[in-house]
Ligand binder design. Structure first.
Ligand code: NAD
Length: 447
């Protein structure tokens, strides 16, 4: 099949590369000429395990192309994926300007083309409920050519995006038409050979499913974070509580980790968008709103602990930060709790030495408002821990899990450790001479 993917970001590039790898001919389109130039030169603009190899193979074997031109991508393709960003507006609702621009550009290019075969327009972006109708109206305003809009939400996770796309738990297709569902199923068939389902449902339900999943997972995290605060005050250990909960098969083991809050480009924005949609329909989503509020609080919870330990004025204090990305295996800093914590520490007068295995270039490019005297970057994890008053673990990259603690302790001004992801064993760390603070580990020490 010939496929166009409009928007070549985390989702679009992964989807395009994976479809190309399964034998389809894919043109990835983006309005950012620098991104497209880079990709044409074989440079991958984002970090995602396994992606580079897939993109290079697709290009080498003549199945993956990059362009900024709708007139190049649209006439030759039969399925168009919309994978542009839908960032949040100030009121929490989604900004659909990129979606509208992309949909209208597709419509214009379809109109110019002589081809009048049915085209399938796939909403892969996370879009407000009812968007399939609106996208249809935008396209219909530009062309008389026949088309059908389908909802096909994406569930991949940054950091394991390629693997998630190639082996999805399920594929959700929102369409009323059997012929369109059949075509979409054909496209996804190579990825569900092990029997995972391709679910056909109405378009609105498909749109809601995406928000429902993210809001539910975010709620689990916020629930654990609130319990962690209780553990700190009551003298319990959230890790013991987690184990006690996750062994209950009704609950399961995923998304039950207390920490410094969820971030990234999806959970915060999708949770807010769902609350805003609920308000639009006068259907209050109080649980989801509470998950969002709890997360806001959690992002600076550990900084408050740091200030309880060192005093509210952090002037003269240096903090080593391990991890900047919102989670391991990505360079994405969108809504990363580490960044919010760093800003809070700087605002309280402290300075920061940071290290992230992958996201440091992205941080240098984005945090240009912070002076280099206040925020310096270590070349290694050890360098970022050297000469600091406390070390803060913000992202649980594997390489931070088992370092040479004696070397670290000897290099620090004071051996104080704030474990924002509860990856270290408190007993071991205390035994090694550290003052250890985790999240929800009241049994050991409360920050
Ligand atoms: P992104 O910001 O990484 O990429 C979006 C791309 O779209 C950018 O490269 C941008 O230049 C391009 N673009 C903007 N307007 C365009 C236009 N008119 N024509 C062509 N290209 C245009 O975004 P992302 O993280 O890939 O997310 C895309 C969508 O997928 C969002 O709705 C997001 O909520 C959803 N989603 C993201 C993830 C994730 O983990 N990142 C997972 C599931 C769903």
């Amino acid at each position: 099949m010939r496929v166009a993917v409009v928007g070549t970001g985390y989702v679009g590039l992964v989807a395009g590369a994976c479809f190309a790898d399964s034998g389809h001919t894919v043109t990835c389109l983006d309005v950012d000429p620098l991104k497209i130039e880079k990709l044409r030169r074989g440079e991958i603009p984002i970090y995602e395990p396994g992606l580079e190899e897939l993109v290079k193979r697709g290009v080498r074997e003549g199945r993956l192309f990059f362009t900024t031109s709708y007139d190049e991508a649209i006439p030759t393709s039969e399925v168009y994926f919309l994978a542009v960003g839908t960032p949040p507006l100030a009121d929490g609702s989604s900004d659909t300007q990129y979606l509208e621009s992309a949909a209208r550009s597709i419509g214009k290019a379809m109109e110019k083309s002589k081809n009048r075969d049915l085209r399938i327009i796939v909403n892969k972006s996370t879009v407000p409920i009812g968007s399939h109708r609106v996208v249809g109206e935008w396209i219909a305003a530009e062309t008389k050519a026949p088309f059908e809009v389908v909802s096909n939400p994406e569930f991949l996770k940054e950091g394991s995006a390629v693997d998630d796309f190639l082996r999805p738990d399920r594929v959700v297709i929102g369409t009323e038409r059997d012929d369109v569902f059949a075509k979409m199923s054909e496209l996804y068939a190579p990825f569900v050979r092990q029997g995972n389902p391709i679910l056909k449902m109405d378009t609105v339900s498909a749109e809601i499913t995406k928000y429902a999943c993210n809001a539910f997972l975010a709620t689990r995290i916020s629930f654990m974070n609130e319990l962690a605060r209780l553990c700190e005050l009551a003298g319990g250990d959230i890790e013991e509580v987690r184990k006690g909960m996750s062994t209950d098969v009704r609950i399961g083991k995923h998304f039950l980790y207390a920490g410094i809050g969820y971030g990234g480009s999806c959970f915060p924005k999708d949770v807010k968008a769902l609350v805003s949609t609920g308000n639009r329909y006068s259907s209050e989503l109080g649980i989801v709103a509470a998950a969002d509020a709890a997360n806001q609080k959690q992002k600076t919870h550990l900084v408050k602990g740091i200030q309880r330990h060192f005093g509210s004025d952090l002037k003269g204090k240096v903090f080593g930060f391990w991890g900047l990305a919102f989670k391991p295996n990505t360079d994405d800093l969108r809504e990363a709790p580490a960044i919010e914590m760093i800003r809070a520490i700087l605002a309280a007068g402290g300075t920061v030495k940071a290290f992230d295995p992958i996201a440091m270039d992205a941080a240098k490019a984005q945090l240009t408002d912070i002076s280099r005297e206040k925020l310096v970057y270590g070349k290694t994890a050890y360098e970022a821990a050297d000469g600091v008053d406390a070390l803060v673990l913000a992202t649980e990259w594997n390489e931070f899990r088992d370092p040479d603690w004696t070397r670290i302790r000897l290099g620090m001004r004071k051996p104080v450790l704030f474990d924002g992801r509860n990856i270290f064993d408190p007993k071991k760390m205390i035994g090694l001479g550290f003052t250890y603070f985790g999240v929800g580990r009241g049994k050991y020490r409360v920050p």
